[in-house]
Design a protein around this ligand. Structure first.
Ligand code: ADP
Ligand code: MG
Length: 361
């Protein structure tokens, strides 16, 4: 055996992982599997426990309960440098006094990799992120985006089986961020075996990059699925509101089930297993709400109109509830105070039972 960590190919598995600080549970029994070669986004608001989950994989925080696996190896008790993981954090964290090439070589040297092979591995990693020409620069001679590319090259130089990215784009401005998203997608195509856990609070990053998204809130996993699943069929109100935009209408399921009552209007929607008489939330995406008469018609008064380039966002007050509709190609744009009718198809609505998901109580 050499001193270096063997990069383990394979996914990541959280098995009931809990983390507490001073008795305060900040990660609560997380069960989650990242398949080999999969990009999993951990998406949630600030403080929801995303970084903590990542640090548990990296080995920087010790779980109070549960186990972490990389491939089929239980790494819960292994020190970070034995886990074969590449990690990139928000603030590039390059060593300012080291040239780019020495920053990238750092992990390899720490791993006591074969000295003769290091320059080749460094060049290869810099090529991967398009920074081959910058090897002799110092970090201060690079833009923010370039520094972050170098940080990614440094993480990749050890040829990790698992790459952990913690809000890697949040320090960049919007335009750079969008370019880097494209780069990261390309990088993953070039490294299809690397499993990636990508922490972000930005739904656009998660929707763009991830094969699946794990939605976190209040220390708990709330939902997990492909971007399309979470968008079309959210399981919880939290997911519906955090992934994409949503109308969340308070309704009561009629008896027998099959319709719901919303502010005195009977709406035909799939009620699934939600029992008659139960209160629930009806989720309808604004772009699936049409203007004019149709099924599930709701009439109300325009309270706000926002022009968004390709669409108009209409806010309509329906008996004291605000309903949003994103509509295209309006010949006569409604104005404030107009009476309009909105409608949506039954199959475009998702009924969310009260207290759905992993919420407390
Ligand atoms: N070292 C620490 N000591 C005490 N509390 C911490 C520590 N690290 C994180 N926390 C707390 O744990 C919670 C989750 O933090 P974190 O995992 O960083 O959330 P996120 O990355 O989703 O923003 C927060 O309430 C945070 O204040
Ligand atoms: Mg964080």
């Amino acid at each position: 055996m050499t001193g270096g960590a063997e990069a383990v190919r394979g996914g990541i598995r959280f098995d009931g992982v809990s983390v507490a600080y001073g008795g305060n549970v900040v990660l609560d029994r997380l069960d989650l599997t990242v398949e080999p070669g999969e990009v999993m986004a951990l998406l949630g608001p600030s403080g929801s426990g995303k970084t903590t989950a990542l640090r548990a994989v990296a080995g920087f925080v010790r779980p109070a309960a549960g186990r972490v696996f990389i491939g089929d190896r239980d790494v819960t008790a292994l020190p970070p440098h034995k886990r074969g993981i590449g990690m990139v954090v928000q603030q590039y964290a390059l060593f300012p006094h080291l040239r780019v090439q020495d920053n990238v070589a750092f992990g390899l040297k720490a791993q006591k990799a074969d000295k003769a092979g290091i320059p080749g591995r460094v060049a290869e990693a810099l090529e991967l992120v398009g920074m081959g020409d910058y090897a002799r620069r110092y970090p201060r001679e690079l833009s923010g985006g370039q520094q972050q590319r170098v940080a990614i090259a440094r993480a990749l130089a050890i040829r990790p089986g698992v790459l952990l990215l913690d809000e890697p784009l949040s320090a960049l401005d919007a335009q750079l961020r969008s370019g880097m998203l494209t780069e990261l997608a390309r990088l993953h195509r070039e490294l299809p075996d690397v499993s990636i856990l990508y922490v972000t609070h930005d739904q656009v990053e998660a929707l763009t990059l991830a094969d699946r998204i794990a939605v976190m809130d209040k220390a708990r996993l709330q939902d997990c699925g492909t971007p399309q699943e979470l968008y079309r069929r959210p399981r919880t109100e939290f997911t519906a509101s955090f992934v994409g935009n949503a109308n969340l209408l308070p309704v009561t399921v009629a008896e027998p089930a099959g319709t719901v009552d919303f502010a005195g209007h009977a709406l035909a929607v799939p009620t699934g297993s939600v029992a008659g008489g139960a209160t629930a939330t009806l989720c309808v995406r604004p772009h699936l709400v049409g203007l004019g008469d149709g099924p599930n018609a709701l009439t109300g008064t325009i309270s706000e109109v926002q022009w968004r380039g390709s669409t108009h966002r209409l806010y309509v007050d329906v008996d004291g509830h605000r309903v949003k509709a994103d509509v295209r190609e309006l010949r006569d744009t409604p104005v404030l105070g107009d009476r309009v009718t909105l409608h949506f198809a039954a199959h475009d609505a998702v009924l969310l039972p009260q207290g759905a998901g992993a919420s407390h109580g």
